[in-house]
Design a protein around this ligand. Structure first.
Ligand SMILES: C[S@@+](CC[C@H](N)C(=O)[O-])C[C@H]1O[C@@H](n2cnc3c(N)ncnc32)[C@H](O)[C@@H]1O
Length: 210
């Protein structure tokens, strides 16, 4: 991290330096050290068909690694160089089907239009400025193939506004994604990690059109 970066209070969440500072100061309290239990159980009982997977705001890449171990072709994206370097250092790629790329997710439609069969979201939606949520939905739509699968574990699902993590409500998830996606299933996971129980909403949806 550049020592001349401004203090955190002067940085916006849209700026990768905000997240770089948190990683550098070991204030990455979201870090689980392994893949998210609700994802593990969902992929065991109701996996999307094998194909290309994008993991948005992948951090150190534990969820991307899980998809790769299960035979998916995986791209993990994060705009923090520290996160991507650490994800690459941890590795886990057996046969060239797992890559980590340092990219702003909002730029992905230019590089990967209609490219992915599956998108996985966990703790990236809550990291972006809520004003950009419609752009986030458009990003997902534009990089997903028609008929592609969107899997997300939204957190924190509660009232309120401040963040990150910026809270979301179920009604907002339905309002934002409903026009473009058919929800195959949506439920409160029973195995959320400590501190997140009762505040998560797992969605498995399919892209139905623009
Ligand atoms: C709360 S952390 C979660 C990381 C990871 N999903 C996990 O659960 O460990 C949010 C991550 O999203 C990344 N991020 C935020 N906005 C982003 C953007 N516009 N493009 C790419 N990555 C972004 C941050 O750098 C950070 O690594």
């Amino acid at each position: 991290m550049n020592p001349n970066n401004p203090p955190l209070s002067e940085l916006s969440v849209d700026d990768p330096r905000f997240w770089e500072t948190l990683y550098h100061n070991e204030e990455d309290h979201w870090e689980l050290g392994s893949s998210a239990p609700p994802l593990v159980s969902h992929l065991r009982k109701d996996p999307p068909p094998k194909g290309k997977v994008a993991v948005l705001g992948c951090g150190r890449g534990h969820d991307a690694r899980l998809f790769s171990q299960l035979g998916y072709d995986v791209w993990g994206f994060d705009f923090s160089e520290t996160a991507i370097n650490e994800a690459q250092k941890i590795g886990g790629d057996q046969d060239g089907h797992l890559r980590f790329e340092c990219r702003d997710i909002f730029k992905l439609p230019e590089i990967y239009p209609a490219f992915f069969d599956v998108i996985w979201e966990y703790t990236c939606f809550c990291a972006i400025d809520p004003k950009r949520r419609p752009d986030y939905v458009q990003t997902v739509l534009q990089i997903l193939k028609p008929g592609g699968h969107f899997l997300a574990n939204f957190w924190p699902v509660r009232d309120g506004t401040g963040g990150p993590p910026f809270p979301v409500q179920r009604s907002e998830i339905e309002r934002l994604f409903g026009p473009y996606f058919s929800f195959l299933t949506a439920y409160e996971p029973s195995n959320s990690v400590r501190g997140r129980q009762g505040k998560e909403w797992f969605v498995h949806a399919r892209h139905v059109g623009y």
